[in-house]
Design a protein around this ligand. Structure first.
Ligand SMILES: Cc1cc2nc3c(=O)[nH]c(=O)nc-3n(C[C@H](O)[C@H](O)[C@H](O)COP(=O)(O)OP(=O)(O)OC[C@H]3O[C@@H](n4cnc5c(N)ncnc54)[C@H](O)[C@@H]3O)c2cc1C
Length: 428
């Protein structure tokens, strides 16, 4: 199987230059496993607070989901707020929604503090009604959000949808105005550089294959050597292999998600199709999301197919996405697609992230498609927790049972879930 194609974000930045050479060895306060946004954000915070930190990455810095996503940094949860309140209670639902808003603030603050040139902007997010009846649901959601948790939402009626997006497929929108976007490749390199400047050691190609308690520390075994650390943060996203992370593997479903980007669009086409330059997401269950990059490329993504990501699957997913994009925006007929990629989303059963401590290991993962902001935020929160501030974890109250029947290997139930979602989209 060939190597996966880089995402647009990865292809438009140089490789990380600050990696630590030589064998993995030494004694550290903290070992962070994984150099995505969770791991890098935690490493930056811990190192700035004076801890000695080793980051151990199986592949390359932001080589997985953090470098292969849609670049949307949205406030609020993806869940319908009424449904979330009904299952968790209003106070918990509100706290979780606001944690996702705080997460966007965290990204913005890090960008400012580290002076990362990544085109962060508070563009807002428009949820687009894909069927006329979906607008009624968005209107009901708007009432609840404004009343209970978020004054920064507005409703765009069907007759004014052209102010948001130039496509005949949509029938109104719900806009969340404090959502942001950024170039995640430049942000990821900025985070890694900041952690490294604060003296964190970052080893690439250093997959962790063994963890063992040794007195009051952990012995962490990698492909490039072994080190000892007093604390360990598991920040392995959706890619956690079987051992030594079986407990997490039974709670996370890794699913493929796919994206494409076009050549840069002329300004006149941008003004016609994306006048508000927002993050856009459609209201279908198997929907699409899209946004412009700062060089006017359209980044267009979605679940596309219920399969894992690999080089072959990524191209099949890209074909599905390209067809959807051209149907939605016929004016893009002559615009070529220049990048096609896929990645792994770390889903939990209830699509809420989890963070805490299990068996002496700290962890944060399961962002379920909302990790650009939440991974960055939870990396910082867990750094504080590991430094002794137990109250810094906004997810501490969530229990995390194993997913029944999800023990080893691929999630066998995905094709069935996909079929069920397609029927729901067709019916409602
Ligand atoms: C196609 C796609 C589109 C997305 N779009 C969006 C979006 O628009 N907005 C949004 O908010 N979220 C989006 N997401 C989700 C978001 O990218 C992730 O939630 C987030 O990046 C997770 O960050 P992380 O650091 O926890 O995990 P990752 O970025 O996956 O990093 C985990 C790292 O751990 C490493 N690792 C794993 N096992 C080991 C081991 N044994 N030893 C050492 N290292 C190991 C991996 O190699 C990897 O680099 C998208 C995801 C995908 C795939």
């Amino acid at each position: 199987m060939p190597a996966p194609a880089p995402s647009y974000w990865q292809a438009s930045v140089p490789p990380f230059q600050g990696g630590t050479g030589g064998p993995v060895e030494g004694e550290f306060d903290v070992a962070v496993i994984g150099a995505g946004f969770t791991g890098l954000s935690a490493a930056r915070s811990l190192a700035k607070a004076g801890a000695s930190v080793a980051v151990l990455e199986a592949g390359k810095v932001i080589g997985a989901a953090s470098g292969r996503n849609g670049g949307q940094c949205n406030a609020g949860t993806a869940h319908d707020f009424s449904a979330l309140s009904a299952s968790l209670g209003l106070d918990k639902a509100r706290a979780l929604y606001l944690a996702h808003c705080d997460a966007v603030d965290t990204v913005e603050r890090i960008v400012r503090e580290e002076e990362v040139d990544c085109a962060f902007t508070r563009c807002g997010r428009a949820k687009l009604a894909a069927k006329p009846q979906h607008f009624d649901k968005l209107a009901a959601a708007y009432e609840v959000l404004v009343r209970e948790v978020d004054p920064n939402v507005s409703l765009v009626p069907p007759e004014r949808i052209g102010e948001e997006v130039g496509s005949a497929e949509f029938h109104g929108a719900l806009v969340q105005r404090t959502s942001g976007q950024l170039h995640v490749g430049r942000f990821g390199l900025g985070l890694a550089g900041a952690a490294s400047r604060a003296s964190a050691a970052i080893w690439e190609d250093a997959a962790v294959g063994g963890l063992a308690r040794q007195g009051d520390a952990w012995q962490v075994r990698t492909a490039r050597g072994t080190l000892r650390a007093k604390q360990v943060l598991v920040a392995t996203g959706g890619a956690a292999p079987q051992a030594p992370f079986g407990w997490f593997r039974r709670r996370i479903v890794s699913v493929g998600s796919f994206a494409i980007s076009t050549a840069p669009l002329p300004d006149a086409l941008v003004a016609e199709l994306f006048p508000a330059r927002r993050n856009y997401v459609t209201s279908r269950i198997i929907g699409n999301y899209f946004r412009l990059a700062d060089d006017n490329r359209l980044i267009f993504g979605g679940r596309a197919r219920f399969a894992l990501s690999n080089p072959v699957s990524d191209l099949k997913g890209a074909d599905v996405l390209e067809a959807a994009m051209r149907r939605m925006f016929p004016a893009l007929a002559g615009v070529p697609v220049e990048h096609r990629w896929g990645g792994t989303v770390d889903l939990t059963a209830d699509r809420l992230p989890r963070a805490g401590e299990h068996d002496g290991l700290f962890y944060a993962m399961g962002y379920s498609g909302h990790g650009v902001q939440m991974a960055t935020h939870m990396g910082e929160c867990m750094a504080k927790v590991m430094g002794g501030d137990a109250g810094a974890n906004p997810l501490a109250d969530l229990t995390w049972p194993a997913i029944p029947g999800h023990i080893v290997g691929k999630p066998w139930f995905l094709p069935m879930v996909g079929a069920w979602y397609r029927v729901q989209d067709w019916l409602y």
